[in-house]
Ligand binder design. Sequence first.
Ligand code: URA
Length: 209
Amino acid sequence: MGKVYVFDHPLIQHKLTYIRDKKTGTKEFRELVDEVATLMAFEITRDMPLDDVDVETPVTTAKAKVLSGKKLGIVPILRAGIGMVDGILTLIPAAKVGHIGLYRDPETLQPIEYYVKLPADVEERDFILVDPMLATGGSALVAINALKKRGAKNIKFMCLIAAPEGVEVLQEAHPDVDIYIAALDEKLDDHGYIVPGLGDAGDRLFGTK
Ligand code: URA
C-alpha cells in the first residue's frame, strides 16, 4: 500500500493556514501556494540518489556527494496543479514539465483525459504528479493511469490537502504511489469539497468563480 507522508514542517503549516483563510486574496494565495510547493519539494526530494565524488578544496581533497542526475518530471493536473509547478522548479530547475488535462463526463461524472503531454523519455523519468487537492481521488487516479499507460514507472503524488476518502481510493488503485501532503483533513462534503479545506483551489489561484 502507498505510504502517506504529512509534511508537518512549521513553515509549511504556517503558510497553509493563510492559504486556507478565506480572507486571503488571489495574489497572496498564489504566492503562498508557490512557497509551500517549494518547501514540499525540499522534503519530497530527500531520497534523491547521490554519487560519490572527489572535490579539490583549497586545503585538500574531500570525499563529497553530487546528485546522480536521475531525471525528474513534474506533472500538474490542469488547472489547479499549475499553481504548484514554479515553486517546485525553484529547487529542481532542470526538471521537465508535463501536463494532464481531465474533464468530467456529464453522464458518468467520471474524469476523462482530454490532454496529455509528457516528456519524450517517460520511461526513464521519476514523476511528481501535483494537484493542490486530493478530494474524491478520481482525478489523481485517472492521471496516474495516464502516466502509467505511457510508461511511467516511478510516481509520487503531491498535494496540499487530502481527504481520507481520496487517500483510500488512491492507495487501493495505485498501491505503488506514495502520497505527500501538507494536511489530512476531516472529510468531503456533499459537493465533493474538502472540509475544512480551502475552497476551490483553481478559483482561488486564478481569481475565477
Ligand atoms: N477541489 C478543490 O479545489 N477543492 C476541494 O475542496 C475539492 C476539490
